[in-house]
Design a protein around this ligand. Structure first.
Ligand SMILES: [Zn+2]
Length: 182
């Protein structure tokens, strides 16, 4: 278990496509999930941001995503795949621990269905919608596994804003509102 360095924008590893995990029960996968959990918890504590982290963000090119939603069990997803997307789309504020100094508006599908394996290797399915902003969070994290960053999905470059301005102007009505302790 360890807090790992979060790779920052410009590090080529963030642009790589991750490999499918073949053996979910491998000790390396267990260790990877623990590192993601520790690293995310550390960032959450020190910055107040972070509900999810993808393996490439700590330099591991495996298809693993880890979510930590307030008041819920830690949620690792292995080989997650979006198998259904609502036609309806939405524009939301987004940011990334790999470049936490800027915020931006991106376009996402309003609802998605994700298929993934749990740590026992069992196939699971989750439908994600606006509740807890889960849909946009999962789309953000799964994008990481294909080397796609939220800056690639900006709706309008003019929405890019600094962390300070974002907090002053928009945070309260965004998925990052502190009152909702996201
Ligand atoms: Zn990210």
């Amino acid at each position: 278990m360890a807090v790992r360095t979060v790779r920052q924008l410009g590090d080529p590893v963030l642009r790589e496509k991750c490999q499918e995990v073949l053996d979910v029960s491998a000790p390396e996968i267990r260790a990877l999930v623990e590192d993601l959990q520790d690293t995310l918890a550390y960032w959450r504590k020190t910055t107040g941001y972070g509900r999810g982290m993808a393996a490439p963000q700590i330099g591991v090119l495996q298809r693993v995503v880890f979510l930590s939603l307030p008041g819920e069990e830690p949620w690792p997803l292995v080989n997650p795949k979006i198998i259904d997307r609502s036609a309806e789309r939405m524009v939301v504020w987004d940011a990334c621990l790999s470049f936490l100094s800027i915020f931006m508006q991106v376009e996402r599908n309003r609802e998605i269905t994700v298929q993934y394996q749990d740590l026992q290797g069992k196939m699971q399915e989750a439908r994600a919608g606006e509740l807890r902003d889960l849909s946009e969070l999962l789309q953000h994290e799964i994008d990481h596994l294909d080397g796609i960053l939220c800056i690639d999905r900006i709706t309008d470059l003019k929405t890019i804003c600094s962390k300070e301005e974002f907090e002053k102007r928009y945070r309260a009505t965004s998925p990052y509102a502190t009152s909702a302790s996201r």
